[in-house]
Design a binder for this molecule. Sequence first.
Ligand code: FE2
Length: 432
Amino acid sequence: MLLITDATLPDGRRNQRVLIENGRFVAIGPDLPTPEGAEVIDAQGWLLSPPFVDAHFHMDATLSLGLPRLNVSGTLLEGIALWGELKPHLTQEALVERALRYCDWAVAKGLLAIRSHVDVCDPRLLAVEALLHVRERVKSYLDLQLVAFPQDGVLRSPRALDQLKRALDMGVDVVGGIPHFERTSEQGAESVKLLCELAAERGLAVDMHCDESDDPLSRHVETLAFHTQRLGLQGRVTGSHLTSMHSMDNYYVSKLIPLLREAGLHAVANPLINITLQGRHDTYPKRRGMTRVPELMAAGINVGFGHDCVMDPWYPMGSGDMLEVAQMGLHVAQMTSLDGMRACFDAVTVNNARVLGLADYGLEVGKAADCVLLQARSPIEAIRLRANRLWVMRRGQVIARSPAATAVLQLPGRPAAVDWTSSQAEAASPPA
Ligand code: FE2
């Protein structure tokens, strides 16, 4: 039995005690007695959060930066071309090694569930085999969900549909797609229809790269919502990226958003990637190119933030830090109100857990004892500081630790240690 004392919870409750038995939360409250023989961990008032979840990632490409060369234009299209150059040279061993290395980074950052797309447009399905192997290797400490992703277009790329089906037969979890990369809008719409039908037939979820474009007329999300509703897939379908919504006509969006809500679509924005990939054909002003996060949230749509890429053909930065993702999302969407900032924390925790359908997730009695202790006093402070992860717990076992972040000052008349914490903003307007 394990008792965590003096924890602050994301909803603002302080001085909480959390009791864990057999890898599950069994009691949470301010006045729990210390059971005899229980191990005690003092959280010292720091923020105890459910683990971070990434709803959109590409683990087959991660950590391949510079292979075989760098992306010069910085565009999505050059990234896809570059990935195409790399694909024939991939080896199973290197794929597994890079993915496992990334999972180490993720765990150290308290990121314990990842939905990763895996490209199925390689007839060898090498990446699929590698990531299925990795899913098995990491399952005791990280939930890896895989999406069969036809990177070169399920209709545009020869044999991609057969390969996608083979990947699903091999155990890949979710049906992917990329309608804006098909040859025509009609083919894009056709791909959405056939992939949703495939998911319905097999009882699977759908997660499509959808309208990752600055073209305001890229409207495949409308078709995705339509087939979701037609096939009764509500709650099982995710539209990822949706960047064209940034550039769409406002009148059209006023019709579109209620349709997405009606279809129970999840939306995933990828702030780090789309702030760098989109708007590349603009001179000035340059569009931000992230989807309309606050408006989607206000309509009651579940919106998550994904990391998308770390050191690959599309993005040279990243370290598996979902607080960096939340911070960029907050800036790009101008979500600086208290509610907005808190919503950005949800977007990398509970909202993403809903996208992945993680039934055992959350800091609640009865759920799996997975959590992370952040060196911050609130979710907003966690984002501001990209807070240090003091420890990370999976099923009641600490699986990663980091020393407290500190700095020693040598200044006359000033304290010896820097304290970055401050709950001023939230103290001025405490949570309800
Ligand atoms: Fe992506």
